[in-house]
Design a protein around this ligand. Structure first.
Ligand SMILES: *[C@@H]1O[C@H](CO)[C@@H](O)[C@H](O)[C@H]1NC(C)=O
Ligand SMILES: *[C@@H]1O[C@H](CO)[C@@H](O)[C@H](O)[C@H]1NC(C)=O
Length: 556
């Protein structure tokens, strides 16, 4: 999962790099592995700065000064297919045709087929393991077919038809064509999010921004916004500044990844017209009802006779846990305090006794656990190792009984669209009953959200009309206005719970994914700087553009 951004400013003298950086900060939670910005100056040249690490590490003032131009795109990378070590930071660049810079969020499920196609049919060199590079090259190959000196919108839309035909999987992309403009498009199932926003200046001129989450748009005063629809693309040419939308292929379904709501997106974002915060509140409410039901079924007891307090596992689950406590009429206490300043650290090779990463991050306050029956609420249970450690911490702090509730159903399968959960066999929910899971994490009982309940939580904005973001909906006179009826979300991508993925995948895809995960894991465990492996992880190494270093001193 990654964060992507793009801006085109109507003011030719304006540099958009600062806004891209500010925007990247708002999307940092979507990927802390690498960050990159590419801008395009008046002469059609690209300026780029990218490197490994968080945005604040990669960009400094000096580097930012080099990023000139009134349009640009950005990327925040989360380690997905294509391991963090072996693939470059995005945006990716190809010089032919026209000069293309490319940011991708998602995962392709037919990468092997695309790799063969690019090699054997169109003879394009692929230099990394990243499926984003494949996507970019497919786009470039499609655009090249028309063999024209200059492209227009119609050519770009036609090239995208080819991309949709060849590429299967989850993708939301922001692309910059040198000297031309910015393009945004979203896969035919709408699995990964992408929005476009409009900002109007006092003189009536308008700027446009594309982003993974609405929170960035609002923060930058792009107050009119809407989702790019499944299978839809938009082009914003910098000369006309008139966005053109096209439904390139019919949307196959409207099925966003439900994990955005469970834990990935910021709570203050609205994705596909669904308030993430609201959906999490609902998850707490439904979970509480479920717990009450199970208590009654099990021993005809009331929850409040058995449980003293509800405690969230910070951070994502807080909103749900609070609502769950309200619903159960139980006190809500912050029993775990998070150490905010542990980022990713390296492990010295001679460090035998490693404090578990959970214990480095969380501390249990005895006063809130001692002699109490506690209900811990977390967003999900993945491998079970973290949950087990947390239950142990609660017991060490004196809890009499520890119940554990998950806002999502049992995760039994791989996440194949870019969230690095774990291999299927490493999931604690793989081929295990809830009782077995309770035993493994050493909880007195584990409660899971019901899948239908979870889907309802995300779909039921309707009963809180004040929260429907109607004030942001493009009015009729906005260039973002969508004529005709908007498609409705018919379901969600829930393959991690059911094993049935909306897009399907290549036969050996899961094995490939497992190999990549294993290599990522090795890197994490060995601590990159001590690895004797085949890579060097250069922390926050800048890459200020090779293309035009120093050029910004001339008036671009
Ligand atoms: C634990 O709490 C119960 C009542 O909730 C109380 O009767 C008991 O004395 C407490 N035990 C300790 C060791 O504090
Ligand atoms: C699932 O569990 C059962 C019983 O514990 C076991 O016999 C079976 O082999 C397991 N299946 C897989 C695919 O691991």
């Amino acid at each position: 999962m990654c964060g992507i951004l793009g801006i085109v400013s109507s003011d030719p003298k304006k540099n958009v790099a600062q806004e891209l950086l500010d925007g990247a900060m708002f999307l940092q939670h979507r990927g802390q592995d690498a960050a990159g910005i590419v801008t395009c100056g008046a002469r059609g040249r690209f300026y780029q700065c990218k490197g490994n690490g968080m945005a604040r590490d990669v960009f400094n003032q000096q580097r930012m000064l080099g990023l000139v131009g009134n349009m640009g795109i950005a990327h925040l990378r989360y380690p997905t297919a294509g391991s963090s070590a072996m693939s470059e930071a995005q945006p990716f660049y190809v010089n032919s045709p026209y000069g293309i810079s490319f940011s991708h969020n998602g995962n392709l499920v037919n990468a092997a087929e695309l790799r063969r196609y690019l090699d054997e049919k169109v003879h394009r060199h692929i230099n990394t393991d990243s499926d984003s590079e494949l996507l970019l090259n497919i786009f470039a190959a499609e655009l090249e077919k028309y063999d024209k000196a200059r492209v227009n919108n119609a050519d770009i839309f036609r090239a995208l038809e080819g991309v949709y035909r060849e590429c299967r999987g989850a993708y939301a992309c922001v692309v910059m064509l040198a000297g031309y403009g910015i393009i945004g498009f979203r896969d035919p199932h709408g699995i990964r999010p992408l929005l476009i926003g409009e900002r109007t200046h006092e003189n009536g001129k308008k700027d446009y921004m594309l982003a993974s989450e609405s929170v960035v748009l609002k923060a930058h005063n792009f107050v009119i916004f809407r989702d790019i629809l499944p299978g839809e693309a938009v082009i914003i040419p910098k000369d006309t500044m008139i966005p053109e939308f096209k439904q390139v292929v019919p949307g196959s379904s409207y099925t966003p990844d439900i994990f955005e709501y469970v834990y990935f997106a910021r709570p203050d974002s609205i994705l596909d017209d669904i308030s993430v915060y609201r959906s999490r509140i609902k998850m707490g409410e439904k979970l509480a009802k479920n717990i009450e039901r199970q208590f009654l079924d099990d021993n005809r007891k009331k929850v409040s006779d058995e449980i003293d307090v509800v405690i969230p596992v910070p951070d994502t689950s807080r909103h749900s846990a609070l609502e769950c406590a309200n619903q159960l009429n139980l006190p809500y206490r912050e029993g775990f305090v998070k150490n905010r300043y542990v980022g990713r650290t390296f492990i010295m090779p001679d460090q035998k006794e490693r404090t578990s990463s959970v214990r480095r991050k969380l501390n249990a306050m005895q006063s809130e656990f001692y002699n109490k029956s506690v209900l811990l609420v977390d967003d999900s249970i993945v491998r079970g190792t973290t949950s087990k450690e947390i239950v142990a911490m609660a017991r060490e702090a004196g809890a009499k009984k520890v119940y554990f509730a998950s806002c999502s159903p049992v995760i039994r399968f791989n996440h194949i669209y870019g969230i690095d959960l774990a291999d299927t066999k490493a999931l604690v929910g793989f081929n295990r009953s809830v009782e077995e899971i309770s035993k493994i994490i050493d909880a007195d009982k584990v409660f899971y959200q019901d899948l239908q309940d979870l889907v309802d939580c995300c779909q039921s904005n309707d009963d809180c009309p004040d929260l429907i973001p109607s004030q942001n909906k493009p009015p009729k006179d906005s260039r973002l206005y969508h004529p005709g009826e908007l498609p409705k979300i018919n379901s969600f991508e829930v393959g991690v719970f059911t094993g049935k993925y909306i897009t399907g995948h290549e036969d050996n895809y899961l094995q490939e994914l497992e190999k990549i995960r294993a290599s990522n894991q090795r890197i994490r465990e060995t601590g990159s700087i001590f690895s004797d492996g085949d890579f060097v992880d250069v922390k926050a190494e800048s890459d200020i553009s090779i293309f035009n270093s120093g050029d910004y001193n001339n008036n671009y």
